[in-house]
Ligand binder design. Structure first.
Ligand SMILES: Cc1cc2nc3c(=O)[nH]c(=O)nc-3n(C[C@H](O)[C@H](O)[C@H](O)COP(=O)(O)OP(=O)(O)OC[C@H]3O[C@@H](n4cnc5c(N)ncnc54)[C@H](O)[C@@H]3O)c2cc1C
Ligand code: FES
Length: 351
């Protein structure tokens, strides 16, 4: 049973993407790292460990991610990968290999120990709340376990008797990343209740089943990370059971579902600082159009959560996917997120 705690906590942005780097704080410059280990976790997941080349530490909080910048066939590709180690540990990220995934395939099949590349970050606020030491409830589906195991291990290392309930959902045992590590953790910490669900045996859990497995204490905090459908089902089940949605934290690996259609006509984008005009093709974002044309634009998470791709629209109209991390002040000052916005007329961008 999870205990009851009455302490009031403030939780950010229910439902929306987590605010990544503070929009008002400068993002740390990229750091060169070297690959120190590559470890196969399952047939389609690999843990990549890196160390900064300059020998200085790169501190991170449990639940945060690093943006990895690779050059693949001459093009720069950036992807966010959550750290799967406990706070203070090595810089390890665990990557699920997607059959047609450009970067995950590169990491699983081509990257070698000793290779060097740059990382940005850490970023993200899918982290433990400093003011909350009460029960934790976490749901991880598939590779969503990466930030979640970091949260679990960190919380228990800091407070070994803190009640932690972890539910994981995977196809079967062979595809369950960190299953043995979590079983060992549950043996070590009596406060950890670990429930793996294997859908090959049970089918996909529905909203009510998930709510029944998670059973959060009214004062607890719930962390969700995994496929959108799983997080939506858990969210719906918890709400139906009367749980306060403000206490639910989500980490999205893919952009939130689009609420607005993307423009169907090409639009010209004038990038004022580089003095280049690029035609945004139907379906593309400003960022996709710019990077396709070889422009060096700032970005990191690509899902509207970090603010790193913020640009000011000097002229013209854009359509911005919701939810995202822009503040009302930034919107009224003309800012948009290049990774999530599309031009709906010819535009001029201050980038
Ligand atoms: C904050 C954050 C943290 C992340 N942490 C992790 C992590 O710890 N481990 C991890 O494996 N990934 C993580 N991701 C996802 C990761 O950044 C990449 O999106 C993913 O590896 C796909 O990149 P790719 O180049 O292999 O595939 P792409 O070439 O970009 O895409 C190939 C195909 O896969 C689809 N696709 C993209 N991402 C996913 C996904 N996550 N699941 C299913 N289909 C997808 C695309 O729509 C496309 O059809 C995280 C993403 C974010 C935003
Ligand atoms: S908000 Fe992160 S890259 Fe756009």
């Amino acid at each position: 049973m999870l205990g009851s705690h009455s302490r009031r906590i403030i939780l950010p942005r229910p439902g929306g993407p987590a605010r990544r780097w503070s929009l008002h704080a400068p993002v740390a410059p990229p750091r060169w790292v070297r690959v120190t280990a590559l470890r196969r976790e399952t047939e389609d997941a690999v843990t990549l460990t890196v160390a900064p080349e300059d020998g200085r530490t790169l501190p991170f909080r449990a639940g945060q991610y690093l943006t990895h910048c690779f050059t693949i066939d001459g093009a720069e590709e950036r992807r966010a990968y959550s750290l799967s180690s406990a706070e203070g540990g090595a810089l390890s990220c665990t990557i699920k290999l997607l059959p047609d995934g450009r970067v995950s395939r590169y990491i699983a099949q081509q990257l070698k120990v000793g290779d060097r590349y740059r990382v940005i970050g850490p970023g993200g606020d899918f982290t433990l709340d400093a003011g909350h030491s009460g029960p934790l409830v976490l749901l991880a589906g598939g590779s969503g376990i990466t930030p979640v195991i970091s949260l679990v291990e960190t919380a228990l290392a800091q407070q070994p008797t803190r009640p932690v309930r972890l539910v994981t959902v995977n196809r079967d045992r062979a595809h369950a990343i960190f299953h043995e590590r979590l079983e060992a953790l549950a043996l070590r910490y009596a406060a950890l209740e670990y429930t793996p669900v294997f859908t090959a045996d049970t089918g996909r859990p529905d909203a009510a089943t998930l709510a029944g497995l998670l059973r959060p204490d009214a004062q607890g905090v719930v962390y969700l990370c995994g496929p959108q459908a799983l997080m939506d089902a858990a969210d719906a089940g918890l709400r139906a059971a009367g749980f306060d949605p403000a206490r639910i934290r989500r980490e999205r690996f893919v952009p939130a579902p689009r609420h607005q259609p993307r423009p169907t006509e090409p639009q010209d984008i004038f990038f004022r600082r580089s003095e280049r005009t690029v035609t945004q093709q139907p379906g593309e974002t400003i960022l996709e159009a710019g990077t396709r044309a070889g422009l060096r634009l700032d970005f990191s998470c690509t899902v509207g959560g970090c603010g790193h791709c913020k640009v000011r629209i000097v002229d013209g109209q854009v359509r911005l996917d919701e939810p995202n991390c822009l503040t009302p002040e930034e919107r009224s000052a003309g800012y948009t997120l290049a990774c999530s916005a599309c031009a709906t007329t010819p535009i001029t961008v201050d980038a």
